[in-house]
Design a protein around this ligand. Structure first.
Ligand code: PBG
Length: 323
């Protein structure tokens, strides 16, 4: 035999030499949940070891994460039902705990990259990402609300705003609003290709944000489609997005690859709550090795072409590296 591929696998050192994909903490964004109050650390039932923190305890957790090498977080707010309304008005109330928390976190940890979430669902009494009227999710009416929300978050100190709503034209609208207010340096990470996925289940437990009526299929993408992903990516690029995201990640590696091959923007991928829950649940049953499967799944996302990974495993991965 002239060619024996096993020669390049004969020792750990040789395997390292020819390893194509590397993971490091530089590429991770750790999604975290915040709730109003004091001294709260509430575990999310369907997401073992992931918590809703009140700000005081979140600050301690962030400090610990940063020591482990986490450089970026995506922060999602949990609101009580009585704070929600059809217009998501709490989202741009500058006294609301989420915006005050962003300001406090940024003043305590100036080097941390803080990405905020731009969508109506945590604040909406309808549990939708857009404004609902007569059972319909209205696009252009929603944009105004998203614009206000993004500006409020930029004012509070967010480094990146993350529109996760899938309304048409939102990147251009938000970019214009941010620039008008002088926030030319605030980046937009667009949830460009976000599928209507059942893998978001545990996240909706975390935020109590499940839609009250219907589903999200008139705005989130059909999991059967891949060419449509290119259209979404092209639009967001033209509209001024700084990063394009694919979500979920594990079941959509082909989509990550398509965007990677067809775009010059950095590609992010979100390993979502359901993906995390599956890894945890199977390992708790003793059916898989959590650490090894976690690394393999993260490696696959990177190999497919994501430069940035949002993952609830970020802290566990950091702990693995620290060992
Ligand atoms: C909603 C939003 C969702 C997630 C992030 N932002 C859920 C949804 O669209 O219903 C899901 C994240 C996850 O499952 O980890 N704006």
């Amino acid at each position: 035999m002239l060619i024996r591929p096993r020669r390049n696998r004969k020792s750990a050192a040789i395997r390292h030499l020819v390893q194509e994909t590397q993971l490091s903490m530089h590429y991770f964004i750790y999604p975290m949940f915040i709730t109003d109050g004091k001294n709260l650390k509430i575990e999310i039932k369907s997401m073992p070891n992931i918590f809703r923190f009140s700000l005081d305890l979140l600050l301690i957790e962030i400090a610990e994460c940063m020591k482990l090498g986490i450089e970026a977080i995506a922060l999602f707010p949990h609101y009580e039902e009585h704070k929600k309304d059809p217009l998501a008005s709490e989202s741009w109330n500058n006294q609301t705990f989420y915006l005050r928390a962003i300001a406090t976190i940024k003043s305590q940890f100036p080097t941390l990259i803080l990405m905020s979430d731009v969508a109506m669902d945590p604040y909406s009494s309808d549990g939708h990402d857009g404004f609902v009227q007569d059972g319909k999710i209205l696009n252009d009416e929603t944009l105004e609300i998203l614009g206000r929300m993004a500006v409020a978050q930029a004012k509070a100190g967010a480094d990146i705003v993350g529109p996760s709503d899938m309304m048409d034209g939102r990147i251009a609208y938000i970019r214009k609003e941010l620039d008008n207010e002088g926030f030319i340096d605030v980046s937009i990470m667009s949830y460009s290709v976000k599928y209507a996925s059942a893998f978001y289940g545990p996240f909706r437990d975390a935020l109590d944000s499940a839609p009250k009526l219907g589903d999200k299929k008139t705005y989130q993408m059909n999991p059967a489609n891949s060419r449509e992903a290119l259209l979404e990516a092209q639009l967001d690029t033209q509209e001024g997005a700084d990063f394009l995201m694919v979500k979920p990640a594990g079941a959509y590696l082909d989509i990550i690859k398509i965007l990677h091959d067809n775009s010059t923007l950095p590609i992010a991928a979100y390993q979502v709550s359901g993906e995390y829950a599956m890894l945890k649940a199977a390992s708790q049953n003793g059916w898989i090795d959590y650490q090894k499967c976690m690394i393999e799944s993260l490696m696959a996302i990177k190999r497919a072409g994501a430069s940035i990974i949002l993952s609830y495993c970020a802290k566990d991965f950091a702990l693995t590296l620290a060992k």
